[in-house]
Design a binder for this molecule. Structure first.
Ligand SMILES: N[C@@H](CCC(=O)N[C@@H](CS)C(=O)NCC(=O)O)C(=O)O
Length: 217
């Protein structure tokens, strides 16, 4: 049995962020799919992390439960380092990388989720005002990404880091809300490079069987 267990769902954008990091280095782990649609499965998962957000990493060897994607990837970089190092050694660069990781999580992934999950709300319970705000924030963020990616390969330049693990699923799903090909050529090209990266390509391939569950407009 692998010492590492990942509680996740293949369709979940934040899960894909951590899967990308795991696949980058071929890190051995036991996949534990959490069926968010099953009350019993979700209640069981909440015993591990009462906040109820996936993914969560469990390290049996060290007896550690590690939630939050950025913390999970930092943990992997610290204890299960592989050929791809996710955190730059230089402290200044590491801080800039963490800023981009936060940016993709909070200002691309989170507003994208707000737009998409609103489609799952019961009739009459939609939050049109909140969705409008989220769409506006997403549009601002994507314009910033497009500008920044005009002169670089990866989020930090030449080197693939945790910020790219965050960017990949965030842009993949944001593209379904605001298509990048319409006016965001550099962001679209960056997403194209991310899609060709074998680690993220594998996460997308494994999510495909669940794509029918993605709520369309
Ligand atoms: N800040 C968290 C966000 C995780 C998150 O939002 N996960 C979503 C799935 S992509 C989730 O668990 N949603 C279930 C829910 O909110 O009930 C992280 O980085 O791990």
């Amino acid at each position: 049995m692998a010492g590492l267990k990942l509680y996740f769902h293949p369709l979940s954008s934040f899960s894909m962020k951590v899967l990308t990091a795991l696949y980058e280095n071929g890190t051995d782990f036991e996949p534990r799919i959490v069926d968010l649609g099953s009350e019993a499965a979700f209640a069981e998962f909440k015993k591990l992390w009462p906040v109820g957000k996936i993914p969560v990493l469990r390290d049996e060897e060290r007896d550690r439960t590690v939630p939050e994607t950025s913390i999970i990837i930092e943990y992997l970089d610290q204890h299960y380092a592989g050929k791809t190092r996710f955190i730059p050694e230089d402290a200044d660069e590491a801080r800039q990388m963490r800023m981009r990781d936060r940016f993709y999580d909070l200002y691309v992934n989170v507003p994208m989720q707000k737009v998409v999950t609103d489609r799952l709300r019961p009739k009459g319970k939609n939050d049109a005002h909140g969705v409008g705000e989220a769409r506006a924030l997403l549009a601002t963020s994507l314009a910033m990404v497009d500008h920044e990616m005009s002169d670089r390969t990866w989020a930090m330049g030449d080197r693939f880091t945790m910020a790219d693990c965050a960017a990949a699923p965030a842009l993949f799903y944001a593209d379904k809300v605001i298509p990048l090909r319409d006016g965001h050529p550099h962001a679209a090209a960056y997403l194209g490079r991310l899609m060709e990266r074998p680690s993220f390509a594998r996460a997308v391939k494994e999510a495909k069987p669940y794509f029918d569950l993605f709520p369309k407009e």
